[in-house]
Design a protein around this ligand. Sequence first.
Ligand code: NCD
Length: 324
Amino acid sequence: MIDQFDDQGRLRHLLTLDGLTRDQITAILDRAEAFLRPPGDLPAWSEALKGLSVANLFFEPSTRTRASFELAGKRLGADVLNLDISTSSRAKGESLIDTIYTLEAMQCDVFVVRDAQAGVPEFIAENVEDHVRVLNAGESHVNHPTQGLLDTMTIRHHKPDFGSLVITVLGDVRHSRVARSLAHALDALGVAELRLVAPDNLLPDENDFPGAMITSDADRGVTDADVVMALRIQKERMTESDIPDPQEYHRRFGLDGERLRLAKADAIVMHPGPMNRGVEIASKVADGPQSVIREQVTNGVAVRMAVLEAVAGLPTESPEDYAE
Ligand code: NCD
């Protein structure tokens, strides 16, 4: 595995949260706080990354991650290039690395990459020039580090004492990079208990989640939880015959009001999006008072600003530099 930090301990690439320390994660989350603004205020904005070019390369669909990386880059004054993959040369058969070399030759400094194949972000990081940075924006079912950061930032706002928390992830855990990156972060932050709930055929390999409680009994998994995160069924990573019937799935594994009542009374509800309402989550719960789903989205921009700033190697001492 390539070293994500340089000799001075500065972040170079963000490929995975696996192996990051509590301090490293906390430093990024603390910095992200500086980019939050009250609703209705103008967003945090600066020219800290002026002159830097960020290339968004999304070889899989994305709404939130792509938009938030774009806004994060622009709100730090960087030039952001969104390559339209359907019309790019990769669709004509150009190898991925040739696409990267082409953009590198145009002085793109940061690559934000989403790909269906495991290993792609690391492969790019190994093959770019020293000054170039690679940020993983979703890698097959294995890593989604900025999502793991925004999820822990959101949890921390409501329930800062990770050592006392029961966190339940409910849904297609087997195919979820969101669950894996969250587990990496929670491990570093010393969570009391991580529970993973899925139908038998969507349960993960327990080696991927050391120490987690794994069950296909949704009611048991949700009972007394402090945080419940619902996940979409990742149809794109399944064969047709493995895709569950949506109504039956909702009855057995969906997060509806009745099931949520089994959790602690002040439990928060999360979902990384995109949601399939009425399947893994009921609309009433998604839009209900316990839902922090939109806060997750807000925090996603802040976390990505913090990560972009960190890999650009800028000093991070002075949040006052950022326009109110
Ligand atoms: C997730 C992803 O792409 O892994 N979405 C996201 O980034 N917010 C989850 C999903 O697609 O279900």
